[in-house]
Design a protein around this ligand. Structure first.
Ligand code: BGC
Length: 444
């Protein structure tokens, strides 16, 4: 075992990520509230972490006191524009207070403008299926950015367009709950509209704020074929990999969105990102499966020996983060990369300390190749409402008692605090928080 400390470049962004509907509470004017009322989720968001009630203050105190210098949050379109013809200035004022509060604590906000939730009025007009959403989104973005530009220049237009489209139109777990062949067609339309909306928002934000840095967050899913000798596994892996990952990245690189249902020209989006936001959680193994026509004859799973999270939702595969960063650098040489999400669900903090340490070591490997990785956002600061899975998964550094709103400090809080303060990671920290991977991480 070698004693060592690995360091990150000066000014590296260390923080956590959250999303409006998952933390704010009492968010009753959007598609997710409707979905919850329809009984389509395991639980209801309810008060969530009560950020709308003001508890963002104590949580931002926690973030600042534990050495974090940035926070990624999202703002809720349905609060800012409750009906198509009305802006809610009080809601904007509350977001201004939130961002001001972050600045006062030395925390740079990264503001996501759309994170899965749509205003009910938009949902009633088929959400992102119609191209009318593009000017509507631009209008909302202009209003929000004008109001908030004083406090940040870091913007994320849309969170995980691929997850929104696939879960909402193919898997059917998210609103709109559509699936099948028709759903697939609609998913493609949604992605094209999201691309156009991203481009419109990118241009609008730069018009309003010259020094803005604008990107989107891609859910990037590395995949490996289950059996190297089996050509059908490789084929399925390639189809799934492209289908799930590539719509946005290819369109932003080439101006063409490729899809299994045909290519769509979107020249206006080419090159419009100032950084790549990368959400990385795990790697899928892909196998040909004749009995799974629903997923186009493929099955995505984790290998039996994997280091699995509490509900088996995530396998701890840290090298996948390095591979993702390598893919990003090859795809967009010189474009800054921000890891906009990475984390694991783990109520007992059994796996999180090693997941955290091992993933951060992989980020460091990437930084050592001089790849332009600028920051890391852990998902998440505090347990929050996990969409259709309700409160069954616990992603927070801090736990949350949903009944009492009490915050529960997990050991990972202190590990992440040491990492943020050191701007690095040491063998000492790993010995203290995740001794089981010490030899693997610092061999010698
Ligand atoms: C989403 C988050 C979510 C996390 C964990 C990401 O895909 O952006 O909203 O909580 O995954 O499931």
């Amino acid at each position: 075992m070698a004693e060592a400390t690995i360091h990150f470049p000066k000014g590296f962004l260390w923080g956590c990520a959250t999303a409006a509907h998952q933390v704010e509470g009492n968010n009753t004017n959007n598609n997710w509230y409707y979905w919850e009322e329809q009984g389509r989720t395991r639980h209801k968001a309810g008060l969530a972490c009560d950020w709308w009630g003001g508890r963002w203050r104590e949580d931002m105190d926690r973030a600042a006191e534990t050495g974090q210098n940035t926070h990624r949050l999202s703002i809720e379109w349905s609060r800012i524009q409750p009906t198509p013809d009305r802006w809610d200035e009080d809601a904007l004022e509350r977001y201004r207070a939130m961002l001001r509060g972050m600045n006062e604590r030395g925390i740079t906000p990264l503001v996501t403008l759309h994170h899965f939730s749509d205003p009910l009025w938009l949902f009633e007009q088929d959400s992102w299926e119609n191209e009318t959403v593009v000017p509507l989104f631009e209008k909302y973005v202009r209003k929000a950015v004008e109001a908030l530009k004083e406090y940040t220049n870091l913007w994320c237009t849309i969170n995980e367009p691929n997850v929104y489209a696939l879960n909402g139109y193919v898997a059917g777990d998210f609103p709109t709950g559509k699936s099948g062949h028709k759903g697939m067609n609609l998913a493609m339309r949604v992605l094209v509209n999201m691309l156009r909306a991203h481009a419109a928002a990118y241009k609008a934000i730069h018009e309003i704020q010259r020094e803005a840095r604008v990107g989107y967050a891609l859910h990037y899913r590395p995949m490996v074929a289950a059996r190297s000798w089996m050509p059908l596994d490789a084929l399925m892996r390639n189809i799934q990999y492209k289908g799930i990952n590539m719509a946005f990245p290819t369109a932003l690189r080439t101006g063409v969105m490729q899809s299994p249902l045909g290519n769509v020209r979107v020249p206006e989006v080419k090159g419009l990102q100032d950084y790549l936001g990368l959400n990385y959680y795990s790697v899928d193994t892909v196998k040909f499966d004749l009995f799974n026509p629903k997923e186009l004859f493929a099955r995505r799973y984790y290998p039996a020996h994997a280091d699995l999270s509490a509900t088996k939702f995530i396998a701890n595969i840290p090298e996948g983060l390095f591979d993702s960063l390598q893919w990003a650098v090859k795809t967009y040489p010189d474009l800054p990369i921000i890891i906009t999400e990475n984390g694991v669900e783990d109520p007992d903090d059994r796996i999180r300390p090693r997941y955290l340490a091992q993933h951060i070591q992989q980020v460091w490997r990437a930084v050592n190749f001089n790849w332009p990785v600028k920051g890391y956002y852990h998902w998440s600061l505090i347990d929050n409402f996990e969409w259709e899975r309700g409160w069954t998964q616990r992603f927070g550094l801090w736990g949350l008692d949903v009944e009492t709103q009490a915050r529960i400090r997990r050991p990972s809080v202190d590990l992440y605090a040491e990492i943020c303060r050191e701007n690095g990671l040491s063998s000492e920290m790993v010995r203290k928080y995740a001794p089981e991977v010490l030899e693997k991480m610092f061999p010698g």
